[in-house]
Design a protein around this ligand. Structure first.
Ligand SMILES: [Zn+2]
Length: 260
């Protein structure tokens, strides 16, 4: 196989519409139309000798890498796309890589406008780690979010049920992350069943981070959902409650028979 120097082509596909997965519109589980705003293609030409394709003769072949900036025509989100294409004889293959990485299984951030910046930063990085399949970093992020919620709420410990050698179960106060999870439960922010689920996950336990086993995608997804629920309860519901209260105070009562 012999290679020739690549030729570069700028904006050769500019203005073209393609289908791609959008990180915001992906909840529709469909690729959306994207416009290519900018592109740079590097085209490598080479040839294949007969033993490689089991046919007599020498065949021209081409491999190209294209770097593109694309825009979702639904929500206008900008994405960086790499598009690889290979043409060998009659066979052609293509693949794309999108940045930030995403799949149909990727999670989108919930709208949590009242989240403190610091927790929002950890939450965003945690979801990015999940979507990039960096499961250990995602687990570390979830632990950091739980710790931050506890600091915000002034929770320093919580009741943990332990079993004595005699088999007797007793409740003891613990300052570990597990203890604090039940502390959140004690405050009425988390249900006991959700606390029990989180308790089952060893990556949220108190073992040192470097000893963590890689948590499964399913475990992480459920833990993220539960923690998002805690974030909504702590930071969003009180604000929504205050808005409703203010509306009630400022709106004169309407006779029930006049209400529509
Ligand atoms: Zn979109």
């Amino acid at each position: 196989m012999g290679f020739l120097d690549p030729k570069s082509y700028e904006d050769i596909s500019k203005g073209t519409t393609i289908k791609a997965l959008c990180p915001k519109c992906q909840t529709t589980k469909q690729k959306t139309n994207h416009e290519i705003l900018k592109s740079l293609e590097l085209r490598y030409s080479y040839w294949i000798e007969e033993y490689q394709i089991k046919k007599a003769g020498i065949y021209p072949a081409e491999h190209s890498k294209e770097y593109q900036i694309i825009k979702c025509l639904g929500c206008e989100t900008i994405t960086f796309r790499e598009f690889y294409r290979t043409l060998e004889g009659e066979q052609s293959t293509a693949r794309e890589v999108l940045y930030p990485k995403r799949t149909f299984k990727s999670l989108s951030a919930k709208s949590l406008p009242n989240l403190p910046d610091k927790i929002l930063g950890i939450y965003t990085e945690t979801l990015n780690s999940y979507n990039s399949e960096n499961h250990i970093l995602c687990a570390a992020g979830l632990r950091a979010i739980v710790e931050s919620i506890c600091t915000h709420q002034g929770i320093k410990d919580g009741p943990l049920e332990i079993e004595k050698p005699t088999g007797e179960k007793v409740s003891v106060k613990r300052t570990t992350l597990e203890g604090k999870i039940y502390g959140i439960c004690e405050k009425g922010i988390l249900t006991k069943s959700h606390a029990d689920i989180l308790h089952e996950y060893r990556f949220l336990g108190n073992s040192a981070l470097h000893e963590l086993e890689k948590p499964s995608e399913h475990e992480l997804k459920l833990a993220i959902e539960i923690i998002e629920h805690i974030l909504e309860s702590v930071f969003e519901m009180p604000v929504k409650g205050n808005v409703l209260k203010a509306r009630r105070v400022n709106t004169p009562e309407v006779e029930p028979n006049l209400a529509v």
